[in-house]
Design a protein around this ligand. Structure first.
Ligand code: SF4
Length: 368
C-alpha cells in the first residue's frame, strides 16, 4: 500500500475486524503506548468495534502530558525573567502549571515564543544576542535528535545565549514500570511506530522475554492499528510473546543509526520524574557532562523541587491506563479543552482530549 486512503479503506478495516473477532477466544487487554495511536483508535471508533474481544487501555505516550509540573513551573520562572525568552512547541503553552500557564505568561510578558523546530530557537538566539534563549526540550526519542542537533549547532556558532530546559523521556523504561506492576492486567502492547523508526525495536526483545508480553510495532492509521491488534491477539492466542513489526514501511530493527549516534553524542539516560508515574528509572535523558553548559537548569542555577499534582485531576490514573478519561469526575464538566485542568485535556496526543473530541461527538454512552 502506498496511499493514505488505502490505510483508511473501510473494506480493509472490516476484514481486519472480522479476523480479530474470529481469533479472540476471550477479551484481551492491550495497551497502546502512544497518544497518537489513542487518537487514531478513538477517531475511527476502533475501541468500540472491538468491544468483547479487545479492551484497549491508553498508555503514557504523550510527551506533553508526562512533563512534570516542576518543569512547567521552571519554564514559567524563566519566561518571567526580563533577560530571557522561552522558546517552545505550541502545545506546551496551554498546559497548566501549578499557578499559571505559559500562555498566560506570554500574554503578561511577551517572553514566550512558539517555534516549529529547535533549530528555530537557535536562529532566535543568533538574532537576539541581548537575551538568553531557552528551548523547552520535551518529547520522546522522536524529538530528541532534533534538540541534540540544536545543541551541536549552537556550539558550532559559539552561541553563549542558548540553552535547553531538558525534559526528554524514553518509552521503554516506562513500559517496564507498567509491565512490572502486578495489578496492571495488560496482556500486550502496541509500540509507537515513529519512536521505533528512530530507536529501533531490538531493545524490546529483552522486554518481551522478561515480561512474557507481546510487543507489536504499529502505526497510526486504522489499517495499521487493526493489523497491530490482530498480530497481538494472534500471539496471545498462541501463548507467544515476541516483538513483531507491523510498521515495516518506516521502522527497522536497528532504528536510525545516524539519529541514535547523534542522541548518544549529546545525551545520556537518567532517572526522570514523569507526571502520573513518578520517577521512572532511566526514564529520561540529560545532557552529557561535556555539554552541561547548554543546560538551562545549570545556567540559571535553579532547583526543580517536586510539585504536587492538583488533587481533582486524575491524569496519573489516565496515563497509566488505570481509568479512562470519562471516569474522571471533571471530564467535560470542569475540565474541557477550552478550560483544561490537566495536560491530557490540552495536548493533541492527550487521552482526555481524544475522548472529548471523538467519544463525546459520537455520543458514546461511556462519556455521559
Ligand atoms: S479530564 Fe481533565 S481533570 Fe480529569 S484526568 Fe483528564 S485532564 Fe485531568
Amino acid at each position: 500500500m502506498k496511499f493514505l486512503d488505502e490505510f483508511r479503506a473501510p473494506e480493509s478495516c472490516r476484514r481486519l475486524l472480522e479476523r480479530i473477532r474470529a481469533a479472540a477466544s476471550r477479551e484481551w487487554t492491550i495497551m497502546e503506548v502512544c497518544g497518537g495511536q489513542t487518537h487514531g483508535l478513538l477517531r475511527y471508533g476502533i475501541d468500540q468495534e472491538l468491544g468483547g474481544c479487545v479492551r484497549l487501555v491508553h498508555g503514557p505516550g504523550c510527551p506533553v502530558c508526562v512533563t512534570p509540573l516542576e518543569s512547567i513551573d521552571f519554564a514559567i520562572t524563566l519566561a518571567r525573567r526580563d533577560d530571557t525568552l522561552l522558546a517552545s512547541f505550541g502545545d506546551m503553552l496551554r498546559v497548566p502549571g501549578s499557578r499559571e500557564s505559559l500562555l498566560q505568561v506570554r500574554a503578561a510578558t511577551g517572553n514566550v515564543r512558539v517555534v516549529y523546530s529547535p533549530l528555530d530557537a537557535v536562529t532566535l538566539a543568533q538574532k537576539t544576542p541581548d537575551k538568553q534563549i531557552v528551548f523547552f526540550a520535551v518529547g520522546f526519542e522522536t524529538t530528541t535528535p532534533a534538540t541534540a542537533l540544536a545543541v551541536q549547532q549552537a556550539s558550532r556558532l559559539g552561541l553563549k545565549n542558548f540553552s535547553l530546559l531538558v525534559s526528554h523521556v524514553r518509552v521503554l523504561p516506562a513500559m517496564e514500570l507498567l509491565a512490572g506492576d502486578p495489578g496492571n492486567g495488560i496482556n500486550g502492547f502496541l509500540a509507537a511506530g515513529h519512536v521505533c523508526t528512530v530507536g529501533g525495536f531490538d531493545t524490546y526483545e529483552e522486554f518481551t522475554a522478561r515480561y512474557k508480553l507481546p510487543v507489536v510495532v504499529t502505526g497510526f492509521e486504522p489499517v495499521d492499528l487493526l493489523t497491530g491488534i490482530l498480530e497481538c491477539v494472534e500471539q496471545l492466542e498462541r501463548h507467544e510473546a515476541t516483538v513483531a513489526n507491523c510498521y515495516s514501511r518506516s521502522a527497522r530493527r536497528e532504528g536510525n543509526r545516524a539519529a541514535l549516534s547523534l542522541i548518544d553524542a549529546i545525551y545520556e539516560p537518567c532517572d526522570r520524574p514523569w507526571r502520573g508515574l513518578g520517577v521512572v528509572p532511566m526514564g529520561g535523558m540529560r545532557l552529557r557532562a561535556e555539554w552541561a553548559e547548554w543546560d538551562a537548569q545549570r545556567r540559571f542555577q535553579q532547583e526543580m523541587p517536586p510539585v504536587a499534582e492538583p488533587a481533582e485531576c486524575r491524569s496519573g490514573e489516565v496515563l497509566t491506563g488505570r481509568i479512562k478519561p470519562p471516569d474522571c469526575e471533571c471530564f467535560a464538566t470542569r475540565c474541557t479543552p477550552e478550560s483544561p485542568l490537566g495536560a491530557p485535556m490540552v495536548s493533541a496526543e492527550g487521552a482526555c482530549a481524544a475522548y472529548y473530541r471523538y467519544a463525546l461527538a459520537r455520543r458514546d454512552p461511556r462519556t455521559r
